[in-house]
Design a protein around this ligand. Structure first.
Ligand SMILES: [Zn+2]
Length: 88
């Protein structure tokens, strides 16, 4: 009788432990995957992926990430160069 109880409850206990462990692991995974950190290719500062723009640069399929501040700086730089050219 004791053997039958053990056979029935042992898998349930193991399943419960595994279930709790996987739930903890999943919680950590979702927290970590929610905001993956990447480097901006220009200023080399770390940003969460949601604040970066991913662009394939060149013919090698290399993907670079750019932060909003650098994109804004590039935009202003471009605006300044075109303003000077059109102003002349
Ligand atoms: Zn940047």
């Amino acid at each position: 009788m004791l053997f039958i109880i053990f056979v029935i409850f042992a898998p349930i206990a193991v399943w419960l432990i595994l279930h709790l462990m996987s739930r903890q692991k999943n919680g950590e995974d979702t927290d970590a995957s929610k905001e993956p950190i990447e480097l901006c290719a220009i200023c080399q500062e770390e940003f969460p992926m949601s604040q970066l723009l991913e662009k394939e640069v060149g013919g090698y399929g290399r993907v670079y990430c750019f932060c909003g501040q650098c994109i804004e700086n590039l935009y202003h730089e471009y605006q300044n160069t075109t303003d000077i050219k059109t102003g002349e």
